[in-house]
Design a protein around this ligand. Structure first.
Ligand code: NAP
Length: 247
């Protein structure tokens, strides 16, 4: 089935994606940054179900750590055939007056630079011109890229705008190399991320404002990611699936 790296695969949307892809038969690499316990839990669930899985601690904003992670995957499972660029961060809700250069740069370093670096290492291994067998990449963006997250985290929204542009540009750049690159734009999904923004109950606060009148589950996003990675989406590249309850 192939080898998939899910960045931030230990919690939230990444966790649901790792579990689903393992069920589909992928060898799964669960990347995480800090929370080993959460990563180990995902590993244990997959192993107990008979799947092949590996957890790797690496900060995706750090070039050397990204390169070391891909090298470790090469040795353990062989080169990646699929990549889910899922790891992402945001900080306390605020208006622009409160934003510092340090915060903006931290958001961009993880959400944008991290996604670029993982795409680079994946393309080196997947591209036909390098002797690879092709592959598929899904970048996890956000509805915020379209909506802008005013009064909450415009820095985060802008980082996801950059991720969408990465998806568009890279999809064309590597289309003839057997690599498909697509994006998902979730919104209002029940995960711990909203607590990082200072409002753990955010999804329940806004759900009545959504056309579907409910928040989304990580598993619903995972299904879209799995489809975009799969051969069922073999003619799909440079496309985006919005998973935001109609918003
Ligand atoms: P989450 O529950 O906060 O989980 C974040 C994951 O990313 C964790 O596994 C975390 O690992 C990992 N991570 C964070 N920084 C990292 C780094 N520098 N290097 C490697 N791993 C790192 O987040 P989520 O809500 O599932 O979000 C996943 C993706 O969906 C993000 O890109 C987010 O922007 C996007 N998204 C989410 C929503 C939503 O409503 N939840 C909406 C739109 C888009 P540790 O636990 O080890 O720190």
């Amino acid at each position: 089935m192939g080898v998939v790296l899910v960045t931030g695969g230990s919690r939230g949307i990444g966790r649901a994606t790792s579990l689903l892809l393992a069920q589909s038969g992928y060898k799964v690499v669960v990347n995480y940054q800090r929370n080993k316990q959460a990563a180990d839990e995902v590993v244990n669930i997959i192993r107990e179900a008979g799947g092949e899985v590996l957890a790797i601690k690496a900060d995706i904003s750090d070039e050397l750590q990204v390169m070391a992670m891909f090298a470790e995957i090469d040795s353990a499972f062989g080169p990646v055939t699929a990549l889910v660029n899922n790891a992402g961060i945001l900080f306390q809700q605020s208006t622009i007056e409160e934003l510092t250069a340090e915060r903006i740069n931290r958001v961009l370093a993880t959400n944008v630079t991290g996604s670029f670096l993982c795409c680079r290492e994946a393309v080196k291994r997947m591209a036909l011109r390098h002797g690879g067998k092709g592959g598929a990449i899904v970048n996890v963006s956000s509805a915020a890229a379209r909506l802008g997250a005013p009064g909450e985290y415009v820095d985060y929204a802008a980082s996801k705008g950059a991720v969408d542009t990465l998806t568009t540009g890279l999809s064309v750049e590597v289309a003839a190399q057997g690599i498909r690159v697509n994006g998902v734009r979730p919104g209002f999904i029940y995960t711990d991320m909203h607590a990082d923004g200072g409002e753990a109950g955010r999804v329940d606060r806004v759900k009545e404002l959504l056309p579907m009148k409910r928040g989304g589950q990580p598993e619903e996003v995972a299904q879209a990611i799995a489809w975009l990675l799969s051969d069922k989406a073999s003619y799909v590249t440079g496309s985006f699936l919005d998973l935001a309850g109609g918003k």
